[in-house]
Design a protein around this ligand. Structure first.
Ligand SMILES: CC(C)(COP(=O)(O)OP(=O)(O)OC[C@H]1O[C@@H](n2cnc3c(N)ncnc32)[C@H](O)[C@@H]1OP(=O)(O)O)[C@@H](O)C(=O)NCCC(=O)NCCS
Length: 149
């Protein structure tokens, strides 16, 4: 198992990431190809792969302009790989990489009803700091969570 920072020319891997977005998020909130290429070129996109290069988890980070901070836009594990600890591994390993890039704080937003994700982030050290009501539309609320690295 290994963590890889996705490069702009790794089209096969990018294709797998795009496919996983549709499966993991459907039409709401997943990243399209425009966003994926933007994370790769102007943010950081990390994946956890197994020995056969199967995708085990994806983390998409954006930088916060003028600050040593990042926003975790997307984080997902393919359906058949969930509950095996891959999310915990990629959170930890991607944070180590961000730290090397002098990132000191990470933000994310999560659906308050997404107990699995909220629990995972809390166990990893993220703290809920605000509830953003109607953040992405009427009744589409989000917790804002933050972690200091
Ligand atoms: C949230 C998600 C990324 C977790 O990934 P994962 O690889 O399954 O996570 P892990 O197996 O590493 O588990 C991490 C923690 O999540 C929580 N968790 C995992 N599966 C769970 C379940 N079925 N019920 C409740 N909590 C669960 C636990 O706290 C777990 O820690 P523990 O094993 O120490 O108890 C995955 O469920 C997913 O891709 N969901 C769809 C996309 C999504 O909602 N992303 C988050 C958007 S902000």
């Amino acid at each position: 198992m290994r963590v890889v920072e996705v490069a702009e020319n790794d089209r096969e891997l990018i294709g797998k990431i795009h496919e996983n977005e549709l499966h993991s998020f459907g039409t709401m909130g997943g990243a399209d190809m425009w966003m994926i290429m933007s994370f790769i070129r102007y943010g950081k996109l990390y994946v956890l792969l197994n020995e056969e290069d199967k995708l085990l988890c994806v983390a998409q980070y954006q930088g916060v302009l003028g600050k040593n901070e990042a926003f975790l836009y997307g984080f997902s594990t393919p359906l058949e790989e969930r509950g095996k600890g891959y999310g915990k591994i990629l959170l930890k390993e991607s944070q180590k990489e961000l730290k090397k890039n002098n990132i000191k704080k990470i933000y994310l937003t999560v659906d308050p009803k997404n107990i699995t994700a909220v629990k995972m982030y809390e166990k990893d050290g993220y703290v809920i700091i605000e509830l953003h009501k109607d953040e992405y539309g009427v009744r589409v609320d989000r917790y804002l969570m933050v972690k200091e690295l």
